[in-house]
Write a protein that binds this ligand. Structure first.
Ligand code: ADP
Ligand code: MG
Length: 360
């Protein structure tokens, strides 16, 4: 198997605009590594450089600076046919007039190993629980979006890749199909532990499939960690607000007597060394705020039922601020009701409102 190391990669593009050419930094000094057999997710909003990073790792785009290594060998020194890359794109990129069987088997056929194709296909069908047999005779226009992506994944696997690269492979599928496809891929990645990189803007996919997640913003990696760490211990406001649904609550406040005090809540101890009057944003996830009979009073603006979890998501307002929280369905809260609330001080993350950096 193969580890992947990216060192100090920078890539700029020149884009024409009405006011002349402008330079876009798609990647700015990006370093990241993936251990052999692991899956890394690259997560970030549209345009942040995810595809460019994947293409640099695949050797399809040449960086302006920096290097990519497979194991300890510079990618530039590995001949194309020895790179062993299996890639799956958003649109499948299948050859229009080829039947699925030919697409999947092409790489083996080239190497005079076409007799292995049926067994490969049977194995993939068995692991995913998805019958590929019915698709084998069909051409791309006779396949649904989900079926096309399954053929594209099977094609990539049939190449015996050293590295498996995915660029938002399921983003064109509807929600239900996407869940199913993600589940099948998860089983495949467990069964074939190929070093993989998975580009997505969907945090559920990232958390389900990856050992480690790189959160990107404007050409840089903001944080590289396990998903749980990004959620519980974000380094800055961007990561804190990008990760997690509903979005983390942010409440303004200041430091007094070594405690944070906001408009509605307060009296939470903060770390030593913060001057009196320091302004801090308190970040608290919905599960860090709860219904508490002795708590601070808010007014419910909106109540949304999450039936599968037997709970209600509440949008609560008080003193010109608002927050999201959950209550058990049985509590019976509705829009318009008053609700007393308390924050668990241990669940609060503090940020510098100017720089966005985590303070405590
Ligand atoms: P993402 O995959 O995260 O949506 P991309 O890596 O595709 O982002 O793009 C990052 C930035 O680089 C964007 O601003 C995009 O417009 C720009 N870019 C990407 N490829 C090219 C290209 N071939 N020519 C010019 N600009 C590009
Ligand atoms: Mg992209």
């Amino acid at each position: 198997m193969t580890s992947i190391t990216v060192q100090h990669v920078t890539k700029r593009f020149t884009q024409a605009s009405k006011s002349g050419a402008r330079t876009v930094y798609a990647l700015q000094d990006v370093s990241v590594s993936v251990r052999s057999g692991d899956t890394l997710a690259i997560l970030g909003p549209s345009g942040c450089g995810k595809s460019t990073l994947l293409r640099v790792i695949a050797g399809l785009t040449k960086p302006d600076a920096g290097e990519v290594f497979y194991d300890r060998v510079n990618l530039n020194d590995i001949p194309l046919q020895e790179r062993g890359i299996g890639m799956v794109f958003q649109d499948g990129a299948l050859v229009p007039h080829w039947e699925a069987e030919r697409t999947i088997g092409f790489h083996l056929w080239l190497r005079h190993r076409q007799q292995e194709v049926p067994e490969r296909i049977a194995r993939i069908s068995q692991i995913t629980g998805f019958g590929m047999d019915a698709l084998l005779e069909r051409r791309p226009r006779e396949l649904s979006g989900g079926e096309k992506q399954r053929v594209a994944v099977a094609r990539a696997l049939a190449r015996d890749p050293r590295v498996f690269l995915f660029d938002e492979p399921f983003s064109n599928l509807d929600a239900k199909l996407r869940t199913q496809a993600r589940f099948e891929l998860h089983r495949l990645l467990d069964e074939f532990p190929v070093t993989s990189i998975y580009v997505t803007h969907d945090q559920i996919e990232a958390s389900a499939l990856a050992d480690c997640v790189a959160v990107m913003r404007e050409g840089r990696i903001e944080q590289l960690d396990a998903f749980a760490k990004l959620y519980d211990d974000p380094h800055n406001l961007f990561v804190a607000t990008f990760i997690g649904t509903p979005t983390i609550n942010l409440l303004e406040g200041t430091v007094r007597d070594h405690c944070w005090h906001g408009m509605t809540f307060g009296g939470f101890p903060v770390r030593e060394g913060l001057a009196e009057g320091t302004r801090l944003l308190a970040g608290v996830r919905a599960e860090g705020i709860s219904f508490a009979p002795e708590g601070e009073l808010g007014q419910i603006a909106l109540a949304t039922l999450h039936l599968e979890q037997r709970r209600v998501e509440l949008e609560v307002r008080a003193n010109g601020e608002h927050w999201t929280m959950f209550t058990a369905m049985e509590e019976g809260f509705r829009a318009g009701d008053p609700i007393p609330c308390a924050i668990d001080p241990a669940a609060v993350l503090y940020f510098d409102p100017e720089t966005g950096r985590r303070v405590s």
